[in-house]
Design a protein around this ligand. Structure first.
Ligand code: PRX
Length: 655
């Protein structure tokens, strides 16, 4: 966040007290913070609301810190908790999913329907040789089969690694290799922006030339019936195989520390990190937070989280938290502008959505379009709104509440990360007086501190680094295959504390304001991207000698990727304009990582600002990218470099 944005955020003085009627019916009641004073006892109590095949006797073991074990001697089955127990409790007919396809097709699944599908899929996985602990890669559109596949993998104790459908074949291959996945579940394609977007070709490319030798089979869901290549020895149609397997499957219990999934996320190095989550603690915190932060009244509310299953929000607040709570939810396959910008609001109206959870970037996009788009729809069913993924600016917060929430709904600004697994900092609706732009306080059972450079806790009115000071149930259990990196990345900067990588400020009341990343991680439309990863992609192109990438403030997407490159003129094999070259480089990044990583702007420069030890000073490049006066240049080895760059950037290419 830039200085003026931070100033604007912190000068916010509006307050919103909980409405009395909301507070009276709220799930979370005021005594809850006191109740959570003993955090281990508190989480132990929450865990007991799950179904345990074998009860746990000890809640937390942190003797091998930072590797935590929660409820370790207990055994449970995640899928049983999300499905079987609701059906056994007599809720089989309750709607679990309202699926809305982008072309306008829709399908409804009750809890019984979903359980039947998941049991069949579990049997299919077993038939294909998948066993507990094996990894399964899932590369799917946002359709019910993605949810069914994840639940089925969890049911048999295998480990899923969902790769967002917007990632390229190369990114998919890296993730399959790192996890050693045995099976890939994909679809022929998915609908996006009115078109069938093929997915299977990326899988074919990822697996070509024996690049991923661990993969034995590819299961393909037919979604778009688009033409795809077929490898008889490897590919199988999902629907044909599902028709052949048994409908019965008895879920067995696994240790609460049995791995549930790996989800890759960008860090400050070029290599994405496989964040590992386990079962008992993860399900405890996702279900508790889903119920209390979103005030879910099961059997009454219709809940909709717009996140794709390819991201952590889709894992925790589509597939696991809501289903563990027996929620009725909407999933929508496509983009918010198809066939027009009214689509989301049409869905809210159609399904009478009560609880809605999305990202600030979407809110800002709608805010720019104006309230008219929304005014055609009846949104009166909405009673609670949530925000996640990036700091929400006060104007967007107020617009969200006024226009989407008819000026009455509570807003929960929820801070958390792929690593934390579940919401950590958020208001509790009905209890917390909210401030637009502040995530307010750590939830009951969570303990956070803002610290200075030396790790000392700062007082109210001061800023610093956000840390988490006690273990929590849904915390990451490590980085897949790299315990050293886990310790180094999160636990070494401030010994004994988890370093989140975010800057934060405590206001005079002690409430938290998140200020964005302090490391080399960018946040574009709520998606995490690494500057180093994009730099590596750029220098892998023969034209590029050197590259530096920064996240520059962007009014809609929060941050945008801006790259500065030095070209290897001798390698240019065409005499096209600089615009052609930068276009080629942007496409190259999309091909290597995925369209989400495509730089918004590439500036061709002749030099990069470096310190005497050769470190690129991204701070100065960010000043250029955001078009403001250049900061202190005294540590540069050549202080004139910034003048040269400033003269050049007028030639940058953008779209
Ligand atoms: O910088 C914070 C930002 O998103 C980062 C985590 O990204 P990811 O692992 O992709 O997970 C996103 C969805 C949970 C954080 O380090 N972030 C997330 N939520 C907020 C936020 N920043 C400010 N306010 C939030 N509510």
């Amino acid at each position: 966040m830039s200085e003026p944005e931070i100033e604007n955020l912190l000068s916010e003085t509006r307050r919103f007290a909980p409405a009395r009627e909301f507070a009276a019916q709220a799930i979370a009641q005021p005594g809850i913070y006191d109740e959570a004073e003993d955090f281990v006892e508190f989480w132990s109590k929450q865990a007991k609301s799950l179904h345990w095949h074998k009860p746990f006797t000890k809640a937390l073991d942190f003797s091998d810190a930072p590797f935590a074990k929660w409820f370790e001697d207990g055994e449970l089955n995640v899928s049983y908790n999300c499905l079987d127990r609701h059906v056994e409790a007599g809720w089989g007919k309750r709607i679990a999913l309202f699926f809305e396809g982008e072309p306008g097709d829709s399908k409804t699944y009750t809890y019984l329907d979903l359980l039947t599908e998941v049991k069949k899929a579990a049997n299919l996985l077993i038939k294909l040789g998948v066993r507990a602990g094996d990894r399964v890669a899932i590369y799917m559109p946002h359709i019910p089969e993605a949810v069914i596949a994840m639940q089925a993998v969890a049911r048999i104790g295998a480990v899923h690694s969902v790769v967002f459908g917007g990632f390229s074949a190369d990114s998919l291959a890296d993730r399959i290799q790192d996890a050693g996945a045995k099976l890939v579940i994909t679809a022929d394609g998915g609908y996006r922006k009115g078109k069938a977007l093929p997915l299977k070709p990326a899988v074919d490319e990822a697996l070509a030339n024996e690049k991923c030798p661990s993969v034995e089979k590819v299961l393909v869901v037919k979604r778009c019936a688009n033409e795809i290549a077929w490898d008889e020895s490897r590919d199988l149609w999902w629907d044909e195989e599902m028709a052949l397997v048994d409908k019965e499957h008895v879920a067995q219990g696994f240790s609460a520390e049995h791995p549930l999934f790996i989800l890759y996320t960008s860090g400050s190095t070029g290599k994405p990190k496989g964040i590992l989550h386990t079962t008992g603690g993860y399900l405890t915190q996702t279900s508790y937070t889903h119920k209390n932060v979103f005030d879910l009244h099961e059997g009454q509310d219709v809940y909709w989280c717009t996140a794709d299953v390819g991201w952590i929000t889709g894992h925790s607040y589509v597939v696991y938290g809501p289903m563990a709570n027996g929620a009725t939810q909407v999933i929508y396959e496509g983009t918010p502008d198809t066939p027009d910008w009214g689509r989301w609001w049409d869905i809210v109206q159609k399904y009478h959505v009560n609880i809605f959870y999305t990202a600030p970037t979407a809110i800002r996009t709608f805010m720019k379009l104006g309230s008219k788009v929304v005014s055609h729809y009846d949104l009166s069913s909405l009673r609670l709104l949530g925000s996640v993924g990036e700091p929400i600016n006060p104007e967007a917060w107020i617009w969200y509440r006024d226009v989407i929430g008819s000026g009455k709904t509570p807003i929960v600004d929820t801070w958390w990360q792929t690593e934390t697994g579940a919401i950590m900092i958020s208001p509790l609706p009905g209890i917390t007086e909210t401030k637009p732009g502040s995530a307010m306080k750590p939830l009951p059972g969570i303990s956070a501190a803002v610290v200075d450079d030396d790790g000392k806790v700062v007082g109210n009115g001061h800023g610093g680094y956000l840390t988490i000071t006690q273990p929590w149930p849904s915390m990451l259990r490590g980085i897949w295959g790299d315990p050293e990196r886990f310790k180094q990345t999160y636990w070494s900067r401030f010994p004994g504390k988890y370093f989140a990588g975010d800057g934060a400020k405590l206001d005079e009341d002690g409430d938290l304001w998140l200020l964005g990343r302090v490391d080399d991680v960018m946040n574009v439309s709520g998606h995490r991207l690494s500057t180093t990863e994009i730099e590596s992609a750029l220098v892998a192109h023969p034209y590029v000698a050197e590259a530096a990438v920064v996240g520059a403030s962007d009014a809609t997407t929060g941050q945008a990727v801006v790259a500065f490159v030095i070209l290897r003129r001798s390698q240019l094999d065409h005499t096209g304009s600089e615009a052609d070259i930068t276009k080629e480089l942007r496409d190259h990044v999309a091909k290597m990582i995925g369209p989400i990583a495509k730089p918004r702007t590439i500036f061709v420069v002749s030099e990069l600002p470096k310190t005497r030890s050769g470190k690129i000073m991204r701070r100065l490049l960010r000043d250029v990218a955001e078009d403001r006066p250049i900061g202190d240049v005294t540590t540069l080895s050549d202080t004139t470099v910034m003048d040269t760059i400033k003269t050049r950037v007028g030639l940058g290419a953008e779209d």
